[in-house]
Ligand binder design. Sequence first.
Ligand SMILES: Nc1ncnc2c1ncn2[C@@H]1O[C@H](COP(=O)(O)OP(=O)(O)OP(=O)(O)O)[C@@H](O)[C@H]1O
Ligand SMILES: [Mg+2]
Ligand SMILES: [Zn+2]
Length: 294
Amino acid sequence: MRARLFSTFRALSHENPLGLPGRRLPPIAPKPGQGLPPSGSIPAMGRSIPVARSIPGVQKIIVVSSAKGGVGKSTVSVNLALALSSAGKRVGLLDADIFGPSVPRLMNLSGEPRLSESGKLVPMVNYGLKSMSMGYLVDTEKPVVWRGLMVMKALQQLMWDVEWGVWMSWFLICRPEPEIRSAVVVSTPQDIALIDAVKGVNMFKKVDVPILGMVQNMSVFTCPNCSHTTHIFGSEGVARECKKHSIELLGDVPLDATICSDADVGKPTVVARDGPLSDAYHKIAGAVIKKLWG
Ligand SMILES: Nc1ncnc2c1ncn2[C@@H]1O[C@H](COP(=O)(O)OP(=O)(O)OP(=O)(O)O)[C@@H](O)[C@H]1O
Ligand SMILES: [Mg+2]
Ligand SMILES: [Zn+2]
């Protein structure tokens, strides 16, 4: 792998796991009514998070979560961000997955981000979308052995030590951490995924994070040979849970090999092709826009 620009002199420490230069400001306590709720209502893992401070220029934050691995968070996040961006919304994408960041691959981006004059990370850009990911900063083939506080610190650096510019909204993938404003929960219709998704829904409710809605991913498979449709993971599971918990179903994404292959070549479906598959993501974006922008 090519040597990274500043990795050679990056001094990694617990306080500065990404090894960024300059003095790092500690998070500032939020104003009443902003940021995280009182510590008593934060789940165990959240208690060690220093209180959040707002991110300059960022007005809306959406976390895309699933509470279960492999159900399509990253694919939904990237396509949703691109769909929002194509609808004229200014969106940035933060890959908060420290251990398995997939945004570099999905966005066909590699190499290390530049540092701005103020020593902040400059987001990487492709398809008109700014993104930041742990995958730009560490060798993804080596395991990240950090735990607990160091992971929290790295996440904070990925949020606050990035020169996002003026973005109206912003995505945190996969981790319900500081500065959350609203959440999108992704699940397949399968019971085993739904159990975890519902756990996530309840967690968001507990910490007073509004849930924009759920995305039902991989709901229907259409055979490319005979056009026969199959519901491999069930058909209505997410819709059922949405009803039960009074949550909006933002949309369905079919199970389709094209979504997979688009992801693998780093050209997400929304930018790779028009048609029913990208329409599925545009529809979700439309529902998010309606909820967030009215
Ligand atoms: N609708 C879909 N149809 C077909 N394949 C899909 C679809 N959505 C996602 N995939 C594929 O499923 C796999 C898992 O998706 P993805 O990486 O987005 O999930 P994730 O929830 O982010 O996983 P992880 O928990 O590992 O981060 C990937 O190979 C992706 O290309
Ligand atoms: Mg992922
Ligand atoms: Zn068939």
